[in-house]
Design a protein around this ligand. Structure first.
Ligand code: NAD
Length: 250
């Protein structure tokens, strides 16, 4: 995982997990456009990651966030590469549909897998990143990508929703604990058009029929909000639901 440091710490550095597709890719592109050096990360897709990192003048790192040692090593490798870390976006996540009323179908193995990647990995990354975030000249910023399913009783499965609800609460707890040096916020998206939701036709119909904005979000909609959370010096402890207003209707 260790790489040689080849770049001076000339601009703020952002690590965006799971950034070779979907929301993470849009966030990486947006933060790079805003002038940051971006560390692109994925579990697989090294070729796509290297290409995106080259396009954004950033760096690419691979790590499986279901494996604690790899998760810990990710921050160390980012620091080896750029010598500083100012922004951490915990975006990588997993989800698959399990009916909420079929309790036996949500097995302890499902729970462990979902909690490991969606909750424990972000915690480990925050822990590892904290010393560097505290040294950030403009103040460090953590943005967690959670879900509306962590705010209201819905979502692809009960363990997924619980993992995101826990991350929302961790967001508030860490904001209280880490200010003023480090701000912590979360975006809780509703349906977003990404590879994860490509086949979720019922949800797509629901958003087109019922959401006040009459469409699911695009990844760039989420990236816009992440970018404003990163640049808003006074914002901390907020969990912003970004669902095109669907929560107003049901
Ligand atoms: P996506 O499948 O395009 O992205 C998920 C990313 O997480 C991928 O890059 C994947 O490689 C990475 N990832 C998954 N498991 C990993 C592991 N073990 N180690 C390292 N990386 C891993 O999906 P997306 O929709 O862009 O999802 C991004 C985030 O947004 C997730 O946390 C998801 O729960 C959340 N979210 C998505 C939606 C939506 O409708 N798409 C809604 C609410 C929340």
């Amino acid at each position: 995982m260790r790489t040689e440091r080849t770049e001076p710490a000339d601009r703020p550095v952002a690590l965006v997990t799971g950034s070779t597709s979907g929301i993470g890719e849009a966030v990486a592109r947006r933060l790079a456009k805003d002038g940051m050096r971006v560390v692109v990360h994925s579990r697989r897709s090294a070729e796509t990651g290297e290409a995106l990192a080259a396009e954004l003048d950033g760096a690419y790192l691979r790590a499986d966030l279901a494996v604690e040692d790899e998760t810990r090593g990710l921050v160390e490798a980012a620091l080896d590469r750029f010598g500083r870390l100012d922004v951490l976006v915990n975006n990588a996540g997993i989800s698959w549909p399990i009916p909420h009323d079929d309790l036996a179908a949500a097995t302890p193995a499902d729970w462990r897998q979902l909690l490991e990647v969606n909750l424990i990995a972000p915690w480990v990354l925050c822990t590892e990143a904290l010393p560097a975030l505290r040294r950030s000249p403009a103040g460090g910023s953590i943005v967690n990508i959670t879900s509306h399913a962590g705010v209201r009783p819905k979502g692809s499965s009960v363990p997924y929703a619980a993992s995101k609800a826990a991350l929302n609460h961790v967001t508030r707890l860490l904001a209280a604990a880490l200010g003023p040096e480090v701000r912590v916020n979360a975006v809780a998206p509703g349906l977003v058009d990404t590879p994860m939701t490509k086949s979720w036709s019922q949800a797509q119909e629901l958003w087109r029929d019922s959401a006040p904005m009459r469409r699911p979000a695009q990844p760039a909609d989420v990236a816009d909000l992440v970018a404003s959370m990163v640049s808003s010096d006074y914002l901390t402890g907020e969990v912003v639901v970004l669902d095109g207003g669907l929560n107003l209707t049901r």
